[in-house]
Write a protein that binds this ligand. Structure first.
Ligand code: DGL
Length: 272
């Protein structure tokens, strides 16, 4: 079973891509919407939530966990891997065996990567724009990836102010959504960006509005399909390939949330 989590419904943009590649698998999706948005929260808080949610996903039968949230990946994936992914560490091994009821001795984590590399190969203007949360843009992990461009391109950044709130309220189009999106996107276009990276899993739900404002000549990159391909490879090698770890296939998609699940259910139903 594949476990997926996000601060809210944003991670469903990753789930739909994964499901295209692994349609027969069972999934469990956790939306931490009681604590959404993560974007302005402290690293310590996000690590605490990521740990607790991962434990819940492992207890519920997950064989692998997708951190379908750029902010949580940037803050917590190193900690999650050190606490759950190393079967040669006796403490980690015992903990995972106990959480999984003896099914597994380690759990691999797949995170979101800011798609800076593909953006660098696409840009003609030499300016790429990154839209992400404050937490992602401030994180060491993101800055490291960005700095690998070695100054070959200019990376312009902007927090997608209010984007997560739009998606979490189901407002994906209309004049208000266009105004909110325009306020963060236009400064990147004004700096000459011809390629925009969506560095938050909520943002692809605003793709129509983003395309409308950006216009036809601008590349918009959603990293979810690349993350799904990576997950499928690791799942094959680490879960399906190992004897006795086959999915039970009892339930196809289980939804969990820390808050009101009305929108989660509605979005999931329309996506499937
Ligand atoms: N969807 C998340 C991300 O990819 C989190 C957004 C938020 O909760 O601020 O960053």
């Amino acid at each position: 079973m594949i476990g997926i989590f996000d601060s809210g419904i944003g991670g469903l943009s990753v789930f739909v891509e994964i499901r295209k590649l692994l349609p027969e698998e069972s999934y469990i999706y956790f939306a931490d919407n009681a604590n959404c948005p993560y974007g302005g929260k402290s690293r310590e808080f996000i690590i605490g939530r990521a740990r607790e949610i991962s434990e819940a996903l492992i207890r519920s039968g997950s064989d692998i966990v997708v951190v379908a949230c750029n902010t949580a990946t940037a803050a917590a994936i190193t900690t999650l891997r050190s606490e759950f992914s190393d079967p040669t560490n006796p403490l980690t091994r015992e903990r995972v065996l106990s959480l999984s009821g003896g099914r597994r001795d380690h759990i691999r984590f797949i995170g979101m990567e800011p798609a800076i590399k593909p953006a660098v190969s696409l840009t003609k203007s030499g300016v790429i724009g990154v839209l992400a949360t404050e937490g992602t843009l401030k994180a060491e992990k993101y800055r490291h990836t960005r700095d690998l461009t070695h100054g070959n391109v200019t990376v312009a950044e902007h927090v997608g102010e209010g984007f997560v709130e739009l998606v979490e309220s189901g407002e994906l189009s209309g004049p208000h959504a266009e105004k909110v999106v325009g306020e963060s996107l236009k400064p990147l276009l004004a700096q000459g960006a011809d390629t925009i990276v969506l560095g938050c899993t909520h943002y692809p739900f605003l793709m129509d509005v983003i395309r409308k404002i950006a216009g036809p000549g601008i590349n918009i990159i959603n990293p979810a399909p690349a993350v799904a391909r990576h997950l499928a490879e690791v799942y094959e090698e680490d879960v399906q390939g190992s004897a006795g770890q086959k999915d039970s296939g009892e339930e196809h998609l289980k939804l969990l949330s820390s808050g009101d699940d009305t929108l989660l259910k509605r979005f999931t139903a329309s996506l499937l």
